[in-house]
Ligand binder design. Structure first.
Ligand code: UTP
Length: 284
């Protein structure tokens, strides 16, 4: 059973400045929902009961978002805005939330290491990155948990990326054991396109075992002063990748963020007709 999800949110979000000067990047909304809420909903829809946020300075809005707000709730009740009331209460009641501070921005590997004291020694757990929003019929994490249950091993989410983009990701080598699952034999962090072992990139969803903490401790900081999770993952002998079904948006990238806003709006009944009409009328 995968019950715990670690969500690192300690990054500074420099690609979204100036918006992220005073607001955590995870609180920037796509339409009316902060990006972090999409991630938390995917986790709880996949069976997660405990969310561990790895936070940093300036991130208190995230803690407030996942806490009750009695004043607002009383106001919504008085105004008979019962759908809104249910929406905000439901989000908070569906999981328990813990917050751990990462005192130094020493990379994703280090952020994950900060959750060690909250994970059982025999427990496997999920890691979800806030930038990757995955729109899927079956939540991407749920698809991964299924593979984890079958293989009893760590599982990474994979996606095919176009040529030059491999240099932005961790990239894997491996052999297909089914149509969508690979047994991995190599992982390279941000390779030059010519050196990439494949075009399969690691997307921000991981199912890991407790051993990862030792592997992270054994991993040296890279030339940027960060501990890369990909480098620690390399120590696993049995590790699998899943080409998940779903559409992924990199909400940390402005163009993709815009795409997510348009496409997710078009999926909503209330916007579909007027927004489609608006797009048709745009003189492009
Ligand atoms: P990014 O590399 O996207 O960093 O981190 P960032 O600061 O969030 O964004 P930019 O690039 O400056 O715009 C990937 C994920 O790892 C977390 C981030 O919060 C993000 O979810 N992270 C990264 C940490 O929690 N701690 C770190 O030290 C580094």
């Amino acid at each position: 059973m995968i019950r715990t999800a670690v969500i690192p949110v300690a990054g500074l979000g420099t690609r979204f400045l100036p918006a992220t000067k005073a607001i955590p990047k995870e609180m920037i909304p796509i339409i009316d929902k902060p990006t972090i809420q999409y991630i938390v909903e995917e986790a709880v829809d996949s069976g997660i009961e405990h969310i561990v946020f790895i936070t940093g300075r300036n991130k208190s809005a995230i803690a407030n978002h996942f806490d009750y707000h009695p004043e607002l709730e009383t106001h919504l009740k008085e105004k008979n805005k019962l759908d809104e009331l249910e929406g905000i209460r439901k989000l908070v009641s569906r999981a328990s939330f813990s917050f751990v501070r990462q005192n130094e921005p020493k990379g994703l590997g280090h952020a994950v290491l900060c959750s060690r004291h909250l994970i059982g020694k025999d427990e496997s757990f999920a890691v979800l990155l806030g930038d990757d929003i995955i729109d899927a019929e079956v939540p991407a994490l749920k698809q991964m948990i299924k593979v984890h249950n079958e293989k009893q091993a760590p599982v990474l989410a994979l996606q095919q990326v176009p040529g030059d983009d491999v240099s932005k990701y961790g990239v894997v080598a491996g052999e297909y054991v089914s149509e969508t699952v690979l047994k991995l034999s190599g992982l390279v962090e941000k390779p030059e396109p010519a050196d990439a072992p494949s075009d399969l990139a690691i997307i921000g969803r991981y199912i890991l075992s407790y051993e990862i903490f030792q592997y992270i401790e054994d991993t040296n900081v890279d030339k940027t002063g960060e501990i890369q999770l990909t480098n620690a993952l390399r120590q696993y002998r049995d590790i699998f990748g899943l080409l998940f079904k779903g559409k992924r948006y990199d909400a940390g990238n402005k163009l993709d963020y815009l795409r997510a806003t348009v496409e997710l709006a078009l999926e909503r009944e209330e916007f579909r007709e007027p927004f489609t009409a608006y797009l048709k009328n745009l003189k492009l």
